[in-house]
Design a protein around this ligand. Structure first.
Ligand SMILES: NC(=O)c1ccc[n+]([C@@H]2O[C@H](COP(=O)([O-])OP(=O)(O)OC[C@H]3O[C@@H](n4cnc5c(N)ncnc54)[C@H](O)[C@@H]3O)[C@@H](O)[C@H]2O)c1
Length: 365
């Protein structure tokens, strides 16, 4: 497996990336953590799909296992409390390591449970979706949703190890893959010129996916996320760049409904909007626009839910984003290829015009 390090002083940790490495996980765990106890959280879908692997790990590591129901609707304080109940009843000790085996939902709930259990135990992320591999498993944001909004309750709690095994993607439904791909594609806009070119030149192989190319894309994305997190662990500055396309995406999720559009699908449309906004307000130099056009032509935009586009309502929905500051919207807009900037001074008319123009585009997926 390849190894890279997220450098955060005493909270630093390795990200290991490989393919088909599940058999070696228990030995690596023992190498890094000795004979410390452990506990594992997964969801009902993965518990079934990966029953044999989990049984092997359980036999080798002897952990307590807690299975949560599958779905974003279960990313709640109730499910989180259920994890704590299970581990307290099983007398999990402070020295134990909690393993999150699943996508972003399992990772976020488990990380948050680990942050609170006995005032904080260490945890490992084993991401099984593309989104979790390139995004949610790295960076230490954990939490659950509240009726008032998504991810409103949580903590920063960095894992001790992230174990990325791309073999898990073989069972991932295609729509989930595309949704995760949005976050990988996003790094083209914030990860520097080399990443911009990498995504543009390899989009077909990444999207197909060709295993070796996808593994490289995941590694590069993680490196970029790592750099941003290392500079701004608690999202007080540069980490906002990771929200490229997300102000729009949040509004699409609210406008169309979380059941009708997946987060990554909303992000794909959000990135198209952010680019159009950048062209419109001139943050993208005219000479650079053709490069953007070539990349945008590859964006796998999914069909939007069947609802008449109402740019005023979509614009209003942006204000319910928890990242809004002092009632003002902030947009991450592209500049030179691979570079983006945060802007808080964009006129409502520009945003609405850009929504109208972008959403009128033909769908490509
Ligand atoms: N902490 C962060 O920094 C961060 C960043 C981005 C997103 N998130 C959060 O991540 C969540 C979304 O994560 P997600 O997209 O991974 O969704 P998810 O965890 O709900 O997984 C999507 C679906 O795929 C299934 N699945 C997972 N792995 C599979 C596999 N290998 N084979 C077959 N099926 C599999 C799951 O059971 C689920 O039904 C959201 O709650 C979001 O808020 C967190």
């Amino acid at each position: 497996m390849k190894e890279l390090t997220i450098s955060l002083g005493e909270r630093s940790y390795p990200v290991r990336i490989g393919h088909g490495a599940a058999g070696s996980f228990p030995a690596v765990f023992r190498e890094q953590f000795g004979d410390r106890g452990c506990a594992l959280v997964t969801n009902s879908t993965l518990a079934e799909l990966y029953a044999a692997q989990l049984a092997h790990w359980q036999q080798e590591l002897g952990f307590v296992r807690h299975v949560i129901p599958d779905g974003e609707q279960y990313k709640t304080v109730g499910t989180w409390a259920g994890v704590l109940d299970a581990f307290l009843q099983a007398r999990v000790e402070r020295s134990a390591i909690v393993i999150a085996f699943g996508g972003g939902v399992v990772g976020d709930i488990t990380g948050f449970a680990a942050s609170a259990l006995l005032r904080g135990v260490e945890f490992i992320q084993v991401p099984t979706t593309l989104l979790a591999m390139v995004d949610s498993s790295v960076g230490g944001k954990t939490g659950v949703n509240h009726a008032m909004g998504k991810n409103l309750i949580g903590a920063f709690h960095q894992p001790r190890l992230v174990w990325v095994d791309t073999a898990y993607l073989q069972t991932l439904p295609r729509r989930e893959f595309v949704s995760g791909y949005a976050e990988l594609f996003k790094t083209a806009f914030i990860g520097g010129r080399a990443m911009f070119d990498f995504v543009r030149d390899n989009h077909a192989a990444l999207f197909e996916p060709v295993r070796a190319v996808l593994a490289e894309g995941i590694e590069l994305s993680v490196r970029i996320k790592a750099q941003v997190v290392e500079e701004d662990e608690r999202e007080e500055g540069r980490r906002a760049l990771l929200n490229f396309g997300h102000t729009f995406a949040h509004a699409f999720e609210v406008f169309y409904g979380y059941d009708a559009i997946m987060h990554g699908e909303a992000v794909l449309w959000g990135m198209a909007c952010a680019c159009e906004l950048g062209r419109r307000i001139g943050s993208v130099p005219a000479a650079a626009w053709p490069a953007y056009e070539s990349l945008l032509g590859m964006l796998p935009l999914p069909a939007l839910p069947d609802r008449e586009i109402d740019t005023a309502r979509i614009y209003d929905a942006m204000f319910s984003d928890k990242k809004t500051r002092g009632g003002k919207l902030r947009f991450v807009v592209p500049a030179e290829p691979g570079e983006s900037v945060v802007r808080g001074d964009i006129a409502a008319e520009d945003v609405r015009a850009c929504l109208a123009q972008t959403l009128a585009r033909t769908h490509t997926v």
